[in-house]
Write a protein that binds this ligand. Sequence first.
Ligand code: ADP
Length: 189
Amino acid sequence: MLNIVIFGAPGSGKGTQSERIVEKFGINHISTGDVLRAEIKNGTELGKTAKGYIDQGQLLPDELIIDILASTLDSFKESKGVIFDGFPRTIAQAEALKKMLAERGQEVSVMLDLDVPEEELMTRLIKRGQESGRADDNEETIKKRLVVYHSQTAPLIDWYKSEGKYQHIHGVGTMDAIFADIVAAVEKL
Ligand code: ADP
């Protein structure tokens, strides 16, 4: 089983690199952001709740997102592994993931930290907002998301280091070069 946590600030390229990892290693992909955006599009109760948090640049409550994660994980049959994209985002979520995988006789294989400087993140997200119209990719919300990232999510770097799972990836350069570094890190596991 290959269970990869792809980690990084908003705009660090998690989604793009996840798609390539899925293609190369044949594992399943869970993007909590994509799950929530689909719920919003479908106008579900969960979508309505999620929209309130996302538009404010805030995280959803841990219990809610952990439940979503668990049911998505259970929907994968005969999986070769999973790439977790956008989860965990808090220490409580990382602990829940560890427990969930342990209950299935599994563990996180590696945490890939896509490291990108703040000015570059800002530029990328503003551009993405203009091109895709993603409602949370506007300057004001991006700033809030970056604050949330630093206060609630970045502590996971030390958490995964202490678990012995941390792998730094330089997240600036061509998509191909970054992907090559990711493949090298995964293949040496
Ligand atoms: P980003 O580009 O900011 O990393 P995502 O598409 O992964 O964006 O997530 C968009 C939003 O969905 C987040 O800003 C947050 O409000 C919510 N969200 C996604 N994943 C989680 C999570 N694991 N815990 C709490 N909220 C989440």
